[in-house]
Design a protein around this ligand. Structure first.
Ligand code: LP5
Ligand code: MN
Length: 249
């Protein structure tokens, strides 16, 4: 198997929003695994891997296909890690294990080749979105999750569809800045964690933001959401960290 990455390369992706309704995104992901990720030291999936995760017992064939592809990468030597997003916060250790991956908590500190990074999905930085944060508090509660996961798959699918519809409707009336990170929240978190590089997704606003953090150069790297012919990932290697936009026909 030919590696496509130097051995000390880390790759980070987020917001693929994979679902049976978007087979083109699955094709892009499988192509990424085959053409970009092979040989990487690790692949970090920073949330919203799935568009709406209703439990590890979901028998949708796509999820088994994705697990097999990730497991193949894992057995070839690439460590794989998941963080939760606001769409797949119910993804559990069982599914992660079926992918040959580990599920980690956020924010996640990462040290690599002498540099420190802080990884997270990014939704918790949207501190002006009080409606979302209230929803988040509710659905992240263990008791709520136990109750939800005890429902039949069909019931959970209906809940998820209703929640998606309500979210779309509520988001369409929200000011754009409310759905972006709050600058002060970014600075506070980076200061608290003692890092100068933050990598996250969620906002679907891919960009490298350079700024000063108490006089030191700092940056916030926002991963882009995946489209049929446009994928985004961050690469960390001996040269540092870069945001990569991969467009193909
Ligand atoms: O997700 P997106 O991009 O539309 O917007 C997010 C925030 N919304 C959410 C909600 C999710 O989309 C809901 C779907 C999750 C599916 C997986 C879990 C399945 C079980 C869930 C059952 C309840 O994350 C949105 C932010 C936006 O990002 C930008 O940051 O603004 O937040 C909101 O819109 C706040 C709303 O309060 C969210 C309300 C969700 C629905 C509430 C429960 C509906 C229950 C229906 C019962 C029949
Ligand atoms: Mn998200």
């Amino acid at each position: 198997m030919t590696a496509s990455c130097p051995p000390d390369t880390l790759l980070l992706i987020a917001d693929l929003h994979l679902s049976p309704q978007r087979p083109e995104l699955t094709r892009a992901f499988l192509r990424f695994l085959d053409e970009q990720a092979k040989g990487a030291q690790a692949l970090y999936i920073l949330g919203d891997f799935a568009d709406a995760w209703i439990g590890d017992d979901d028998d949708t064939p796509l999820y088994a296909e994705l697990a097999a592809a990730l497991h193949h990468l894992s057995t070839s030597g690439t460590a794989i890690f998941f963080l939760h997003g606001n769409r797949d916060f119910l993804l559990g250790q069982d599914y992660a294990a079926s992918c040959g991956a580990r599920l980690l908590d956020e924010p996640l500190r990462l040290s690599h080749l002498g540099q420190d990074y802080l990884l997270l999905h990014g939704d918790i930085l949207c501190t002006r979105d009080s409606a979302y944060l209230a929803f988040r508090q509710q659905v992240r509660a263990p008791a709520w999750q136990r109750d939800f996961l005890s429902k039949l798959l069909a019931e959970r699918r209906a809940f998820a569809a209703a929640a998606r519809a309500q979210s779309k409707s509520m988001s369409s009336n929200k000011a754009q800045d409310i759905m972006d990170v709050t600058p002060e929240a970014v600075l506070d978190l980076m200061q608290e964690q003692g890092v100068t590089t933050l990598i996250h997704g969620h906002t679907h606003r891919p960009k490298v933001h350079e700024f000063k953090l108490h006089g030191s150069p700092a940056r916030r790297i926002v991963l882009g959401d995946w489209r049929e012919h446009e994928t985004w990932y961050a690469r960390i290697d001996a040269a540092g960290v870069s945001l990569e936009r991969f467009v193909y026909g």
